[in-house]
Design a protein around this ligand. Structure first.
Ligand SMILES: Cc1cc2nc3c(=O)[nH]c(=O)nc-3n(C[C@H](O)[C@H](O)[C@H](O)COP(=O)(O)OP(=O)(O)OC[C@H]3O[C@@H](n4cnc5c(N)ncnc54)[C@H](O)[C@@H]3O)c2cc1C
Length: 401
């Protein structure tokens, strides 16, 4: 950015994974990019369990040291203590999330056309016209920046989004890292109507360190204490503690005149797990292609960005995010014994095999289509729908919009 005039082509708010990766993708185009980040250090505070499917390495080159562990089995517990073990060829990675956030930051540091402004908070923006072209003036805690494009990569409670009238539904999460004696090959997930909006988890980081966390909408501290008590975990032995916000829902509007929302700010997060990284890496590629086209065709209108970014996302990750959201609302209507019944039919009705063949941590559409042909599964689903007539309405609304 030209410091005397504070003018750039693209101004990105938020230097976490979405902001850093987008800047990296755009850097090859020669556009001048400014990144505003309110924290002094990239990746801090940590807010992630760091479990990512193997798609991570298909999407980006990941140095070995970022991958701390791989898990072979997901063990899912019902509220009564019943469990089911699912495995397949997924074997998700357990990553060092701080290092992942810094991966593209470090690569970007050596690019002439990217400039970081750390410890600087984005406050607001407004449109202005120059030579008959609509541009954006961005106000931070330290400067005024003019840009042709503004990208909100500022997380679940996005200020950019808020200024555009976009608000995510969110849930809270708490996590500790602690030494323990669980299985290093398994991720444990604990479903319970008490924390029906997501689940509790134990993720093996490796070297006998475990990430134990819980996400839910209300009374998170109280519920986390209950969860740790159930696991017999003494919180005083924790190595560190993290907290965070997870947006849960369907993808939001993310195209506006001269503006894009990307990552958690656009709710590009799986409602089944709260995982956002695979989705936002996919969305970043679409966003970068769209932004480069905006400059090539000198067109920055909402309609152009909608066509080249929002609609492309909707056709790709959006469809999968919708299915994730449908699964979530069905689970939210489960009573304790419904989980046990589901586990029972998974074990007995060849469903375990279907899951191991077609299960996909990120993209569940194929699995759902396969399950829809299984009579026992359909019978179970109809029973759940019969018990919760309101659920039918929720499903229809989700599918329609
Ligand atoms: C507890 C927890 C566990 C999770 N576990 C997983 C997991 O296992 N796997 C997975 O895939 N995903 C997981 N997620 C989700 C994942 O962390 C997010 O999807 C991902 O971090 C979103 O990246 P982002 O760049 O869009 O936003 P964020 O990572 O939220 O980054 C937003 C950035 O914007 C900055 N910012 C915000 N406001 C401003 C402002 N006004 N001015 C300047 N800067 C600003 C912030 O400081 C931050 O650096 C988890 C989330 C939580 C909370």
């Amino acid at each position: 950015m030209n410091n005397s005039s504070n003018v750039c082509d693209v101004c990105i708010i938020g230097a976490s994974i979405a902001g850093n990766y987008l800047a990296y993708l755009l850097s090859r185009s020669g556009l001048n990019i400014a990144i505003i980040e309110e924290h002094k250090e990239i990746g801090i505070p940590l807010q992630c369990a760091g479990i990512i499917s193997k798609k991570l390495t298909q999407l980006i080159d990941v140095p070995e040291e970022i991958i701390l562990n791989r898990v072979k089995i997901a063990k899912i517990f019902s509220p009564s203590g019943g469990s089911i073990e699912l495995s397949g060829d997924e074997e998700p990675y357990i990553i060092d999330r701080v290092a992942l956030d810094r991966l593209f930051y470090k690569k970007n540091q050596i690019k002439q056309n990217i400039e970081y402004f750390l410890d600087e908070k984005f406050k607001t923006f407004h449109y202005f016209k120059e030579n008959n072209q609509k541009l954006i003036q961005i106000e931070t805690s330290k400067r005024i920046v003019s840009a042709k494009i503004l990208v909100g990569c500022d997380g679940p409670i996005s200020t950019v989004g808020k200024l555009l009238g976009i608000q995510n539904n969110t849930i809270s999460a708490i996590q500790i890292r602690i030494k323990g004696n669980f299985d290093e090959n398994k991720t444990n997930l604990y479903l319970d109507p008490q924390w029906k909006e997501l689940f509790g988890w134990i993720v093996p980081e490796g070297k006998n360190i475990y990430r134990i966390g819980l996400a839910s909408s209300r009374n998170i501290s109280k519920k986390f204490k209950i969860f740790l008590n159930q696991l017999n975990i003494d919180v005083r032995n924790k190595i560190s503690q993290q907290g965070g916000i997870i947006p849960i829902g369907k993808m939001n509007k993310m195209a506006f005149d001269n503006i894009l929302l990307l990552g958690d700010s656009a709710c590009q997060v799986k409602a089944t797990t709260g995982g956002g990284i695979v989705m936002l890496l996919n969305a970043s590629k679409i966003a970068a292609t769209c932004i480069i086209r905006c400059f090539k065709e000198n067109c920055f209108s909402k309609n152009f960005i909608k066509k080249n970014y929002e609609k492309v996302c909707a056709r790709t990750i959006g469809k999968q995010l919708k299915i994730n959201y449908l699964i979530r609302i069905i689970f939210e209507n489960f009573h304790s014994d419904d989980f046990d019944d589901l586990f029972k039919i998974i074990k007995t009705a060849k469903i375990e095999k279907i899951i191991s063949l077609y299960g996909d941590m990120d993209f569940p559409r194929s699995l759902i289509f396969k399950l829809a042909r299984n009579f026992t599964f359909l019978k179970f689903l109809f029973r759940i729908l019969k018990k919760n007539p309101n659920l039918i309405y929720q499903i229809i609304i989700t599918l329609l919009f």
